[in-house]
Ligand binder design. Structure first.
Ligand code: PLP
Ligand code: TYF
Length: 398
């Protein structure tokens, strides 16, 4: 019956992570998957999240279905987190927010909405981007193309090219943009660059779709929402998928959301209705538990304070690892510039290592980074950072 089903090649990142798990070497180092590990190499259970979870379990009663759009307390807590408490767009009721199944689910629901109501719009992705962006949007029937982004020569953004590219896009083109901590490069737009894009977005009637998967890992929880708030303040209509996988270390609970910022409340109501329809015929409604834990952390003042301190600690640990890696590499290979490890933000660094160098890192040293040269800096710790730097120096120096 199923002999005609094609074999699945697997997801490159998840397959590499599986290969790491099977690697028998005791000193192997996993810098592949985008997960935050603590200094002991463990995925943390944040004390704020733990306390919220206990409170949620204690208070739990019957388990009815959630509404299609998710729990009201979660949705409003997400809006305040993204846009800031009391933002006029919230007060005006012009944001339609649904609880997703992770932010991947938010991207998918957004992709379905756009396919139905913007059938002629192409989706423009940064070059490069997270591979799954293309997969999700193509999966919803979209045509995806790329816009200029990373400059391998300078390690920065090709901003002039990006701006010129946006200026010639057909109206109503969808531009998918990382709100902070770009995956895979770690290279973000500056505040001034975001500001410079606003008039182009307005004049060309572009439809930005922001992806905020690493809130708090760049400069801070509030700071990392800069682009979201700028577009909302400027009256741009846009979509944003956001995630709690990394910021609350809740990967397996699949907590995230999709918000669509509309010109007015009437349009937001129409959009919310169609989002519900997309959800109803897909998975019907989201799961309850994780979203309630997130809502508790966000709305309980004591837990909120704890969480903000915990996110700060994770962010600062990554920054400390960046400095240490940089220091050892500069000492081992003087004359070469490794400043990109310091300037790139969030969990990832684009190392510039070639595919064959990445392969050598894995085969000879048990250090796993992606073939693209992307490393997850959050996999470094005080015990493996020296060995990682030595392995990098060996493959780069040869
Ligand atoms: N978007 C980006 C850029 C990501 O890197 C990730 C996860 O790694 C996601 C979205 C999806 O996260 P989740 O579905 O766990 O919320
Ligand atoms: O490392 C990355 O870029 C991601 C990680 O459901 C990931 O691909 C893994 C599983 C998942 C979402 C993201």
């Amino acid at each position: 019956m199923f002999q005609h089903v094609d074999a699945y090649a697997g997801d490159p990142i998840l397959s590499l992570n599986e290969a790491f798990q099977k690697d028998p070497r005791a000193d192997k180092i996993n810098l592949s998957i985008g997960i935050y590990f603590d200094n002991d190499g463990r995925i943390p259970m944040l004390p704020s999240v733990r306390a919220a979870e206990l409170a949620v379990v204690e208070a739990a009663g019957a388990r009815p279905y959630l509404p299609m759009e998710g729990a009201a307390n979660f949705r409003s807590a997400v809006q305040e987190l993204l846009f800031g408490t009391g933002h006029p767009a919230i007060a005006a009721g012009r944001i339609a927010t649904i609880q997703g199944v992770g932010s991947s689910g938010g991207l998918k629901v957004g992709a379905d909405l756009l396919k139905r109501y913007f059938p002629d719009s192409k989706i423009y992705l940064s070059d490069p981007t997270w591979d799954n962006h293309r997969a999700v949007f193509e999966g919803s029937g979209h045509v995806c193309e790329t816009y200029p982004y990373y400059d391998a020569a300078t390690g920065g953004v090709r901003f002039d090219d990006l701006l010129a590219f946006f200026e010639q896009l057909p109206t109503r083109s969808v531009v998918l943009m990382h709100a902070c901590c770009h995956n895979p490069t770690g290279v973000d737009l500056t505040a001034d660059q975001w500001r410079a894009l606003v008039p182009v977005m307005r004049e060309r009637e572009l439809l930005p779709f922001l992806d905020l998967a690493y809130q708090g890992y760049g400069d801070g929880i509030e700071e990392d929402a800069f682009a979201v708030r700028l577009l909302a303040d400027e009256g741009i209509s846009f979509l944003i998928a956001n995630s709690f996988s990394k910021s609350m270390s809740l990967y397996g609970e699949r907590c995230g959301a999709l918000s669509v910022v509309c010109p007015n409340a009437a349009q937001a109501a129409l959009v919310l209705g169609q989002l519900k329809f997309m959800i109803r015929r897909n998975y019907s409604n989201p799961p309850m538990h994780g979203g309630q834990v997130v809502a508790k952390v966000l709305t309980d003042p004591k837990l909120r304070g704890m969480w903000e301190a915990e996110v700060k600690e994770m962010r600062e640990r990554i920054q400390a690892m960046r400095k240490q890696l940089h220091g050892v590499l500069v000492a081992k290979l003087p004359g070469r510039n490794f400043d990109y490890f310091l300037t790139q933000r969030g969990m990832f660094s684009y190392t510039g290592l070639t595919e064959s160098q990445a392969e050598r890192l894995k085969a000879e040293f048990g250090v796993y980074i992606l073939r693209s040269g992307r490393m997850c800096v959050a996999g470094l710790n005080t015990r493996n950072v020296e060995a990682t730097a030595a392995a990098f120096a060996a493959v780069l120096g040869a």
